[in-house]
Write a protein that binds this ligand. Structure first.
Ligand code: SF4
Length: 223
């Protein structure tokens, strides 16, 4: 097992807020660095601060303190660091449920099938739509055929974003590939308006609120 260090922003134990597993306790490994600059980013510190070099052994040792819960690998953008691959493999080999949250700009081709991918598709009002790696849709389709249960998330800043997400979902047949999550960006789109739109459209997606922000509205880190 390679023990080359990863640059970690924070390790924390909290409530899973942003996937189909929302509400479950979860061990989070948040890596530093991001190649995007979304307008609504609520974790600037992951790319503004240098982070701490942490060996695989240290990370695994910390995760072992919470043996019964899923492990979420997030960022920043976790796929920017090559050390994420031995970490994913090792966690999976230990029988852990592993979730990888990725911003959708990088290939998921090397992500083990034992790991659940939560892939963000960046909507136009994020300012990052042109960074999407659309070839990942084919990879999700192949993973689905192989039995993976991945998730696709859209963070919506506006009704324009909602309309875009609806077109993308229909155009690529995403409902057959992954669980779909529509999440209103904090203070930019009212959850009630998103609910109305989804109900009117008979959307195949799930409305997702950032549960950790509701529980701890004043906490910026460790949630
Ligand atoms: S991908 Fe995530 S961490 Fe990176 S800028 Fe966007 S919201 Fe922030």
């Amino acid at each position: 097992m390679s023990n080359s260090p990863l640059t970690v922003s924070e390790l924390f134990y909290s409530i899973q807020g942003e996937s189909t597993r929302a509400g479950l306790p979860c061990a989070f490994v948040r890596l530093s660095g991001c190649n995007l600059r979304c307008r609504y980013c609520d974790s600037h510190y992951t790319w503004e601060e240098p982070g701490r070099e942490t060996t695989l052994t240290e990370i695994l040792g910390w995760v072992e303190k919470y043996p019964e819960v899923p492990v979420e690998l997030t960022g920043g953008e976790p796929l920017l660091q090559d050390g994420i691959y031995p970490l994913m493999r090792e966690l999976a080999a230990r029988g852990r449920t592993v979730l990888l949250e990725t911003n959708g700009s990088l290939s998921i081709g090397r992500v083990p099938e034992a790991v659940t991918v939560i892939l963000d598709l960046k909507c136009p009002d994020s300012g990052m739509e042109n960074m999407i790696d659309w070839t990942n849709i084919g990879r999700l389709a192949q993973r689905r055929k192989n039995g993976c249960r991945d998730e696709i998330k859209f963070v919506l800043s506006s009704e324009r974003d909602y309309a875009w997400a609806r077109e993308v979902i229909a155009g690529y047949g995403l409902a057959d590939l992954a669980a779909l999550l529509l999440s209103p960006a904090d203070k930019l789109m009212a959850p009630s308006r998103l609910a109305e739109l989804m109900l009117a459209d008979r959307s195949p997606a799930r409305l997702q609120l950032q549960l950790h922000r509701i529980i701890w509205p004043a906490r910026e880190r460790g949630v």
